[in-house]
Design a protein around this ligand. Structure first.
Ligand SMILES: Cc1cc2nc3c(=O)[nH]c(=O)nc-3n(C[C@H](O)[C@H](O)[C@H](O)COP(=O)(O)O)c2cc1C
Length: 307
């Protein structure tokens, strides 16, 4: 079965790396996705890309998301992902980034349904874990093609789909239109996961009620809130925010080395979002390059915020 939990973490490039997934894991055992991983780079032997699918020292179900356009290369990458321990392989057919589109991957595959079909078929042939696709409503408001697209993928053997209820042209703006997710759900027998603008238990429940989807996937609401899946599932444990932020920071430093200081900045700004003196904290963190001093900024800021 694909989608081993009803609430899951979306793949997010630059966000859902190993240190972030391990921090989310402090709160729940739900399905988490890696960042999208380039099948081409994997097959060229890029060490850095290979490292992105290292799931060692992680627990619980993790899906690996692949992006690419060549069925053979995607199949080879999927075998590597399965060997790496992925419980599910997801194929990115929704990313609107220009570089991917010019390479006929990501959301460009919505315009190339035959290619999309061949990719799913090729990947299905070589792995035994479930193969899913994450896609959008279509190219733009005049080309909402998701229902036919998903039917087509189902014929290719896809085990489930996630629908981000926006078009490629919308990017991340405007409201997600969940009504299309209901239409997809009615059109195919495989599990359908709803995505877009789900931020808490109320929006998750409203979306499930409106669409009849089999689950929800949460993206941006997890930034600075690694506990969001537990929160949505109404299973929030008590925790000390300072300790969570410090543990995440320490993991980033262990994983990335000194570069971790720079990668940590956005996460620390997200953690501080909505609190008092956030601009002051953010400025201080962005100016700091010493690991110990960042740690002490975290301790001072979040202790005061907690108290
Ligand atoms: C920083 C960022 C990186 C993302 N990277 C990916 C990605 O690697 N693969 C993917 O399928 N979607 C990616 N997305 C899209 C999210 O998975 C999700 O579909 C989108 O943010 C809508 O869900 P939300 O409203 O819960 O954030 C990314 C989104 C953001 C904000």
């Amino acid at each position: 079965m694909p989608f081993q939990s009803k609430t899951m973490l979306a793949p997010m490039a630059g966000v859902t790396d190993k240190p972030f997934r391990q921090t989310v894991r402090l709160f729940c055992n739900n399905l988490l996705f890696t960042e999208m991983i380039s099948a081409d780079a994997l097959c060229y032997g890029s060490k850095q890309t290979r490292q992105m699918m290292d799931l060692s020292a992680e627990t619980g179900p993790i899906g690996i998301q692949l992006v690419g356009n060549d069925p053979k290369v995607m199949a080879r990458a999927a075998q590597m992902a399965e060997q790496a321990g992925a419980v599910q392989i997801d194929i990115n057919m929704g990313c609107p980034v220009k570089k991917l589109i010019s390479n006929i991957s990501g959301s460009a595959l919505m315009k190339e349904p035959y290619r999309a079909y061949q990719i799913v078929e090729a990947v299905k042939k070589v792995v035994s874990v479930p193969v899913t696709v994450k896609t959008r409503l279509g190219w733009d408001v005049n080309h909402i093609t998701v229902v036919d697209f998903v039917r087509h993928l189902e014929e290719a053997g896809v085990d489930g789909v996630t629908v981000h209820a926006r078009t490629k042209e919308q990017g991340y703006s405007g409201r997600a239109d969940w009504s299309w997710i209901q239409k997809v759900k009615q059109a195919v027998p495989v599990p359908v996961i709803a995505n877009g603008d789900i931020t808490d238990a109320q929006t998750a429940e409203a979306c499930l009620a409106q669409t009849g989807a089999d689950g929800v996937m949460i993206g941006r609401a997890a930034m600075g809130k690694p506990w969001i899946l537990a929160h949505v599932d109404r299973q929030m444990p008590r925790f000390d925010l300072t300790e969570v932020v410090l543990a995440h920071f320490d993991r980033l430093m262990t994983y990335y080395g000194h570069k971790g200081i720079f990668i940590a900045r956005k996460h620390l700004a997200w953690y501080a979002g909505g609190k008092t003196f956030v601009a002051h904290f953010r400025r201080a963190v962005y100016a700091e390059t010493d690991e110990e001093r960042v740690r002490s900024l975290i301790k001072t800021y979040f202790k005061e915020e907690n108290g």
